[in-house]
Design a protein around this ligand. Sequence first.
Ligand SMILES: NC(=O)c1ccc[n+]([C@@H]2O[C@H](COP(=O)([O-])OP(=O)(O)OC[C@H]3O[C@@H](n4cnc5c(N)ncnc54)[C@H](OP(=O)(O)O)[C@@H]3O)[C@@H](O)[C@H]2O)c1
Length: 375
Amino acid sequence: MIPGVAVLGSTGSIGTSALKVLARQRDRFRVVALTAFGQKDRLEAQVAAFRPAFVGLVSGAGTDGWRAGRASLVEAVTRPDVDIVLNGIVGAAGLEATLAALAAGKRVALANKETLVMAGELVTRTARERGGEIVPVDSEHSAVLQCVTGRSPAEVQRLILTASGGPFHSWDAERVRHATVDEALNHPTWRMGRKITVDSATLANKALEVIEAHFLFGLPYDRIEAVVHPQSVIHSFVEFVDGSVMAQLGFPNMELPILYALTHPDRVPDDGVTRFDPVAAGPLTFEPVRTEVFPALALGMRAGRTGGSAPAAFNAANEVAVAAFLAGRALFGRIAEVIAVVLEEQIVTDVSSVEAVLEADAWARRRAEELLRCS
Ligand SMILES: NC(=O)c1ccc[n+]([C@@H]2O[C@H](COP(=O)([O-])OP(=O)(O)OC[C@H]3O[C@@H](n4cnc5c(N)ncnc54)[C@H](OP(=O)(O)O)[C@@H]3O)[C@@H](O)[C@H]2O)c1
């Protein structure tokens, strides 16, 4: 039986890349469910191309037979004909579907890193207890997974996640503080959705990824590091206990990690991938992260170490501040400032239930909005 795939967020950057991969792999996977938030026309075109059994449009009923509302996400992922859920939703809105899919024992190919950041313990426990499986789509975590597959966790010493450094990696602090939306969206190596592109510019994305790596691979925070690698060719390094270091390479393109998340631990031929050429890749360089210019990274890593509700608050404050920046309501530099105040004021609680996670998320959103109104 060909495994059925539900693609959540099919109209986004990850979703459309996933559908390109799935179009080339029709004899290995069939698309049985597609969901989007509001891009009805794009979703209609995808439905015409893939003829899925289930279609969900969260923001409202689209067409006869389509499901609407947030409940459509849970409905999509718990269908008996769905074996793999590719979660390409952006932000905290993806949490419920991830949890429902894992509770139903499905493989979740997870691009929606915010899920693991806000509720890492709950999500990993749900997977463990209910037979679900989380396979990362993020290129850095896919790289780590590809390096550690077949090894015992005790053999892994350290992870070094690479970061492009974003569009401002060589700018001074004052210029970064006043960066415009167009400048922040002009990512040097990756074409992605708007929210993650801003997260890459603040380096909040790398903090989210460090927390994601902590939950995925079970390593303490003092063994997960980040390094700036402007070419985005090496997707991460894994150091083993004997000092040997492995890395995974490829031109920046999400189609490979998406395919690997579907097939892990197997590999299948893909004639759509751009073959690697070390000469064309050119010199590969590395720089330390300038934490003084990009405070969001240190703030997020501190929230990760604090644990409890701190990562959820970090994520929520970041989502609100990024939305305000994109809407022209806040300076770029305000994003990290708002996160800092929210984390400072937060009373950290235990977040072992979904209600506790959502409460921490809601409090941080409210506080971030208040702070943005005052600025
Ligand atoms: N893009 C990348 O290369 C990349 C790489 C690594 C990780 N990721 C992660 O992958 C996730 C998606 O990123 P992206 O760049 O693909 O974002 P994106 O282009 O903005 O796409 C987001 C998708 O989620 C849907 N969506 C938005 N709000 C929703 C809601 N409230 N409920 C249900 N669906 C909703 C959107 O639907 P509409 O289009 O209808 O609004 C769209 O299909 C993020 O967590 C990001 O950090 C992305």
